[in-house]
Write a protein that binds this ligand. Structure first.
Ligand SMILES: *Cc1c(COP(=O)(O)O)cnc(C)c1O
Length: 329
C-alpha cells in the first residue's frame, strides 16, 4: 500500500498557513536577487522576542546546518564530541565529516544519562550535545539535573542544548535552555522552524550563544546559505505564532491519545514531550513497521532496536492504533 501518512521524519502534519505561503511566493518572485546575507529582519525579530542581543544569534540552514557549524568551530582530528545514544543521527554523521571522534554514552531508561555524560568528558572533549527532548526517544532531562551537569562540565567544553522540539514540551520541569546560556559562555541553545512551525522544507534554524562562541559558529556558515523564502517564511511564522501554536496544541493532544491507546494495548511507551513517540520493541521493530505500512502509514524503523512514530492528524493516530491492535503489545 502507498504511504498516505508519512510519520517517519517528525515533520509537522499541517501545511504552512496561507499567510506564510503568500510571503514564500512573494520571495520566490525575487529569486534573481541574493538573499539578505545577514538576515537582518529575522534576526531583529528573534532578538526582541528572546530578549537577547542580535550578536548572540546565528541563523543556519536548518539546525542541522548549525550542528555542522558547531562541530567545525570546536572539534577536529584527535578531538572528541560526546552525546547520549541513541540520539539525533546528525551528531555522529557531522562529527565524522569534521574528522573528530564521536563518543556515545548509552541512555538510561531511554533518557540522557547526564552523570555518565559528564563522566565521559576527557581532555580531548570539545563539544557535548544534550538533546532535550531527545530524538528518537522523546524523553527529557529536568532543570536541576541539567544545572548539575553544566556545573560539572569544564568551561572549555562547549555544550549545545538542542531544543528542536521545545514547543511540544508540557512538563514544567524542563528548563528553557536560554536561562543557562545567559550565565555560561560555553552553553548554546539550538532551535528550528522545521518542527512546530512546519517549515522543514525551507531549511532554517537558529542558535543562541554568547558573542565569542556565536562569532566562531557564524564564521563556519556558508555565505548567503539561508535563502530569502526561508527568511521571509520564518518572519511570517513568528507573526502567525498564535495560530501555529494552536496546531501544536492539537498535536500535543493527539500525542496523548496515541500514547494512551498504545499503552492500553500493552505496548511500553517511554514518556514523550516531543511530536513523536518511541517503541523500544527490539526485534519486533520491522514487524511493527510493516503493519503500519500495510495501513498506509510510514514510521521510522530502527532495525532490532525500536520504532519512532511521529504524531500526525487524528486519522493517522487511528491508523497507527489499528495497526498496533493487529499485533500483540
Ligand atoms: C529535527 C531535528 C532538528 C532540526 O533539524 P533542521 O535541520 O532544523 O530541520 C534538530 N535537532 C534534532 C534533535 C531534530 O530531531
Amino acid at each position: 500500500m502507498t504511504i498516505i501518512h508519512d510519520l517517519s521524519a517528525n515533520e509537522n502534519a499541517y501545511a504552512p498557513l496561507p499567510s506564510v505561503m503568500g510571503v514564500v511566493a512573494g520571495a520566490g518572485e525575487r529569486s534573481h536577487r541574493y538573499p539578505d546575507r545577514f538576515s537582518k529582519e529575522l534576526t531583529a525579530e528573534l532578538a526582541e522576542r528572546l530578549a537577547v542581543p542580535a550578536e548572540h544569534l546565528v541563523l543556519g540552514v536548518g539546525s542541522v546546518g548549525l550542528i555542522q557549524q558547531f562541530v567545525r568551530a570546536t572539534a577536529g582530528p584527535g578531538e572528541q564530541v560526546a552525546y547520549g545514544w541513541p540520539s539525533f543521527e546528525a551528531y555522529p554523521h557531522l562529527t565524522g565529516t569534521a574528522g573528530a571522534e564521536a563518543v556515545h554514552v548509552p541512555l538510561r531508561a531511554h533518557t540522557f544519562d547526564l552523570e555518565a555524560l559528564a563522566g565521559a568528558v576527557t581532555e580531548r572533549t570539545k563539544l557535548v550535545f544534550v538533546c532535550n527532548p531527545n530524538n528518537p526517544t522523546g524523553t527529557v532531562v529536568h532543570r536541576a539535573e541539567l544545572e548539575r551537569f553544566l556545573d560539572a562540565v569544564p568551561e572549555r567544553v562547549t555544550v549545545v542544548l538542542d531544543e528542536a522540539y521545545r514547543e511540544f514540551v508540557r512538563d514544567a520541569e524542563v528548563p528553557d535552555g536560554l536561562d543557562f546560556y545567559r550565565e555560561r559562555p560555553n552553553v548554546a541553545v539550538l532551535r528550528t522552524f522545521s518542527k512546530a512551525y512546519g517549515l522543514a522544507g525551507l531549511r532554517i534554524g537558529y542558535a543562541v550563544a554568547q558573542e565569542k562562541l556565536a562569532a566562531a559558529v557564524r564564521a563556519q556558515g556558508t555565505p548567503f546559505g539561508v535563502n530569502a523564502p526561508a527568511q521571509a517564511a520564518a518572519v511570517a511564522s513568528l507573526a502567525a505564532e498564535r495560530e501555529l501554536l494552536e496546531r501544536v496544541e492539537l498535536l500535543v493532544k493527539e500525542r496523548g491519545r496515541l500514547v494512551a491507546g498504545l499503552r492500553a494495548g500493552g505496548w511500553e511507551v517511554p514518556e514523550t514531550e516531543a511530536n513523536f513517540l518511541y517503541l523500544p520493541i527490539g526485534s519486533r521493530a520491522e514487524e511493527f513497521g510493516a503493519a503500519c505500512a500495510a495501513v498506509g502509514v510510514g514510521v521510522r524503523v530502527f532495525p532490532r532496536e525500536g520504532v519512532r512514530v511521529t504524531v500526525g492528524t487524528p486519522e493517522a493516530t487511528d491508523l497507527v492504533l489499528s495497526a498496533a491492535a493487529g499485533l500483540q503489545g
